[in-house]
Write a protein that binds this ligand. Sequence first.
Ligand SMILES: Cc1cc2nc3c(=O)[nH]c(=O)nc-3n(C[C@H](O)[C@H](O)[C@H](O)COP(=O)(O)OP(=O)(O)OC[C@H]3O[C@@H](n4cnc5c(N)ncnc54)[C@H](O)[C@@H]3O)c2cc1C
Length: 533
Amino acid sequence: MASNPDETRTTALMSGDAYRESLRRYSPRVFVDGRAVESVADAPEFRPGVNALAVTYDFALDADKAPLMTAQQTLTGRTVNRMLHINESGGDLLNKLEAVRLLCQETGCAQRYLAHDALNAIHQVCAHIDDARGGTEHRDRFLAYLEHAQAQDLSLGIAMTDAKGDRSRRPHQQGNADTYVHVVERNGKGIVISGTKAIVTGAPYMHEFLVMPCRNMGREDADFAVCCAVPVDADGITIVARPAGRPGEKAEHGEPLFSRRYGQSTAVVLFDRVFVPWERVFYAGEWEHSGLLTYNYATHHRHSCIGARAGFGDLLIGAGALMCEANGFDPGTKSNLREPMVELIKITEGFFACGVAASVYGTRDEHSDSFMPDPVFSNIGKLLLATQIYDMHRLAHEVSGGLIVALPGPDEDHNPATAATLSEVLRANPDVPYEKRIEVARFMEDLTASYQGGWYSVISLHGGGSPAAMKQEIWRNYPVGNKVELVERLLDRGVSAEQNRPITRNRQPGRCCAAGCSAPGQAVTVPLPKARR
Ligand SMILES: Cc1cc2nc3c(=O)[nH]c(=O)nc-3n(C[C@H](O)[C@H](O)[C@H](O)COP(=O)(O)OP(=O)(O)OC[C@H]3O[C@@H](n4cnc5c(N)ncnc54)[C@H](O)[C@@H]3O)c2cc1C
């Protein structure tokens, strides 16, 4: 374990191609659409997903983007991909937010940020467990794993959401115990786990899984409280995946359809007596820490989701403006088009601003010494994007017109009987060639009105937790008590005798001192690459 802060080691950061090649070193058991997959690296069904992950590697090696896409990890002394970095300041939170936005502008959804969110949450929980018990066992184990993940520049899939069975019952009450991943055996060498994680992003083309509980656990649920790391091809793991994006869609004029190039596979991951050595077990049975792990992960992840969906918003804003232009309009002079465009900008930058606020008001976790975004702003930002994604699609449709779903298919582009006539009569702005108009119309359809468009809605709504989960966290963390005291003071009612009312216990978190939690003078952000400015 390298912990000498004077020693700056550079990780062998992989390129996108090296990442593609690295997948050949693993032989996971994968099925897609009912067929066994021999080689994930070569399977056309996963190519859009592998391409999206590859961008996270290539950007880290791009000199213009590297200051944002990499970070210096004091804990390990390495320069690491930001998607594997443990936050050391509020500036790190802001840079991660910007990095995720940049990646998702390029790919729609770059997926690898889930690893950042899980590593940060597990790091915090290991420190909490050690501090509660005394000792450094959990910290040491996690740091050894972090060193391994950063040195190998791994892609890590997050296996958190269990199949969950009957939602009204707790894990130990389920008729089938395998609806949750749980420990079935312990011995001197490690643990054996079985059960089902229902939704794992990018599972086939990850290197390892981080297995984590998805909810609060009670004492009777102790076997279900398990957090560990396993390679994707460990004996007993079966990955049942959906294709990434729309790999089967036909090509068209010019560039291939966006979701043929970039997309995201999700998979059900079945664990059947999978052995995990103790050095990869972060905890097993510590049910009382599961709530903290899910809370920390959810806070980091909702913060990242804000950056991700802002990147998607950028795509809609750009495509919306191009559709206006292709139709012959300048939204600057047509208020009926400017208004929906401004609404789209307001929504995107509105929830993104919550991510910025969550970074600025981020706090140092006293156990792990790492930084955590403010939970209220993280949850409000995620809640806004979850519900407003449908408005984003509506506004993009409003400025674009019906052509985005009514155009003849790509095969018609090459039909000698119709192609020339169509390109004449379906041209609008004389300065924009027909091919350019239909290219942006199909891009808009792809992102908002296709299978992929529905997919972006559902990932925004449920990815990182359903709206109910965000509302619960906002209520739990919002300082309603401070506001009650404020009004009572203004009304001169006096509050001291009633301090024990539940509602006044809630105090404002995160605003601990005038200077905030970053050292004065500390750089907050690195310069943005041109693409984001
Ligand atoms: C595209 C996509 C990618 C994802 N990637 C990952 C990933 O990589 N890793 C991962 O671990 N997870 C992932 N998720 C899972 C995501 O976190 C869950 O979808 C989310 O937490 C909701 O869980 P669920 O889908 O099981 O919905 P459900 O739990 O079935 O919820 C459905 C509805 O029922 C309500 N509900 C559920 N339980 C209760 C209850 N006890 N009381 C009252 N109401 C209840 C919910 O609020 C919701 O409105 C992904 C999801 C999507 C859509």
